[in-house]
Design a protein. Structure first.
Length: 414
């Protein structure tokens, strides 16, 4: 839906929140939740959606009957799709995901074909005159790309991304639709923070990729560079940004200086642990125990005296070091409800998320906002509320932050 000054922003929740194992189950979830949420949040204007489609869903949904049924549902509900979350490729529920979330990476033809299908779907769903976005993984998982093979891997990655850009240029020319692919830095990804993303963008996408794109499309190099800027942008996840201890204002400024667009902001909060004494460390082990028992990957980055002092690929690997580490703080890639500032002995990165939204209010550097909490099924029992109420509270939290610059007390919907 449209929010903010002059209804500038498109806001939606990501449908990967629904534990759907196939398109039929996701369709049923949309029919259950969208009418009620629209009635509460956007009764007088169209309601936006951020679809998450697995590889199998993307194949199935291109069947004309199913796509037409979705189009009919959106029309009847006065709703629209403006963004697709194309990061998770396979199953997201019912089995451990962990590092498999990064597979297949952008070296693999399967990732290219999957993303081309997402473009074909979004092209058919996107309302005329509305910008479209597809977010994707941070190229690969860093441990899968050894230094000695990094150059060859990046060449393959760029060549596959160029095929996506060629398709997006064709969609723009033939259908008048502006769609961009948004790469999402994440801890332990091949590009895991803003400086690494900028390096990839300048040294590989531009320096290596632009001349190839110019040759393929028979265009000037300057035009090829513009196509890359238009159609490959950054997906800024506020949880990932906070876990990496990146300053939001500095990150946005760095990207602006390099002329790199932020195609989408994923709004999420992570976990924060503040260490204060040995007794507290022992109690933290119990408090964190529930969060470590999760099918998802929860990277941990520790800091001491403002410097990164430790890194763990998953919370379950960090837990044995609680008693011995000398970190002053841990930040954990565990998506917490946006409206939760503190849980027992733990903090969240809610304040860092709010900083990004306040920046957006002053300087609208993107139009696409996606609420990206997906851990509802894994939360402790005393944090769980009915999904309908939780979604409503998250929407209200974001809307308060953008429309008033601060968050107010929120009560569940009746």
């Amino acid at each position: 839906m449209r929010i903010g000054k002059d209804s500038y922003f498109h806001l939606a929740y990501c449908t990967k929140i629904h534990p759907a194992r196939n398109w039929q189950e996701q369709s049923e979830a949309l029919h259950t939740y969208i009418p009620a949420l629209k009635n509460l949040l956007s009764p007088a204007q169209p309601f936006g959606l951020a679809l998450r489609l697995s590889e199998a869903d993307s194949v199935q949904l291109l069947e004309p009957a199913l796509l037409e049924a979705l189009q009919d549902f959106l029309q009847r509900q006065d709703s629209y799709v403006f963004t697709i979350n194309g990061f998770p490729f396979g199953s997201f529920y019912g089995e451990p995901v962990k590092a498999k979330i990064f597979a297949p990476d952008w070296q693999d033809e399967k990732r290219t074909q999957y993303t081309l299908r997402l473009i074909a779907i979004l092209r058919r769903l996107l309302p005329p005159g509305t910008e479209g976005s597809i977010s994707t993984l941070p190229l690969s998982y860093k441990s899968w790309v050894p230094r000695v093979r990094e150059a060859k891997a990046l060449e393959r990655i760029v060549l596959n991304l160029l095929r996506i850009v060629e398709e997006l240029v064709q969609v723009r020319d033939e259908h008048g639709l502006d769609i961009h692919l948004d790469i999402e830095p994440e801890p332990d990804g091949l590009v895991e923070n803003i400086p690494e993303f900028i390096h990839f963008y300048k040294e590989w996408l531009f320096t290596f990729g632009a001349p190839i794109l110019a040759y393929r499309l028979k265009i000037k190099l300057s035009v090829a560079l513009q196509y890359l800027q238009n159609h490959v942008q950054l997906c800024l996840d506020t949880c990932h940004l906070a876990v990496a201890y990146e300053d939001p204002a500095e990150a946005v400024e760095l990207l602006a200086q390099e002329g790199i667009g932020i195609g989408k902001v994923q709004i999420a909060s992570g976990l924060k642990v503040l260490f204060k004494g040995e007794d507290r460390r022992r109690k933290l082990f119990q408090c964190l125990g529930h969060f470590a028992n999760s099918p998802y990957l929860h990277q941990v980055i520790g800091r001491q005296a403002k410097n990164i002092s430790s890194r763990f690929s998953d919370l379950c690997q960090a837990m044995p070091h609680l008693d011995t580490c000398r970190d002053e703080e841990w930040r954990i890639h565990y998506h917490m409800p946006l409206f939760v500032r503190k849980y027992r002995m733990l903090q969240t990165t809610q304040a860092e998320t709010l900083q990004v939204l306040q920046l957006l209010k002053k300087q609208p550097f993107t139009r696409h906002l996606e609420i990206e909490t997906y851990t509802w099924e894994q939360l402790p029992a005393d944090l769980k509320t009915p999904l309908h109420d939780s979604l409503w509270k998250e929407y209200r939290w974001v809307m308060e932050a953008l429309e008033r610059g601060k968050t107010a007390a929120i009560v569940p919907a009746s």
